[in-house]
Design a protein. Structure first.
Length: 127
């Protein structure tokens, strides 16, 4: 579980909800493992695109890169990481970079946590 601040309260969200992800994939665990492997191989590039967009104050690029990453995260049942990705997507759409670095830091922290869960899942070491 991850504690995600939402307005003036904190909400607990699963880091990796395997059940939710499998439901989206009609129970196909091998496909979920394949998707997890693809994500593990590509997420650092996706994060780099987001940080580049923030640094360049490019709202359109931020919206697109955050949206793409959020889609991947939702497909994996990674709601804790998809929440700050959504925040960044909206910030990009509104071209409001005021707290983008803070949202990015939260996103990065959650993706790092997810990384461990996905590695365990792919290796079959989940608990």
């Amino acid at each position: 579980m991850a504690a995600i601040p939402v307005k003036d309260k904190t909400v607990e969200i699963e880091v990796f909800d395997k059940s939710e992800a499998l439901e989206r994939l009609a129970g196909n665990e091998s496909l979920l493992k394949e998707m997890a492997n693809i994500f593990l191989n590509n997420y650092s590039d996706q994060l780099a695109e987001i940080i580049k967009a923030i640094g360049g104050k490019d709202g359109e690029a931020l919206e697109l890169s955050a949206h793409s990453l959020r889609g991947d995260l939702k497909s994996l049942g990674a709601d804790a990481a998809s929440a700050p990705a959504l925040q960044l997507e909206v910030m990009g759409r509104e071209n409001n970079m005021a707290s983008a670095q803070e949202a990015y830091t939260l996103l990065e922290d959650e993706v790092v946590r997810l990384n461990g869960y996905l590695h365990d899942f792919v290796a079959g070491d989940e608990t």
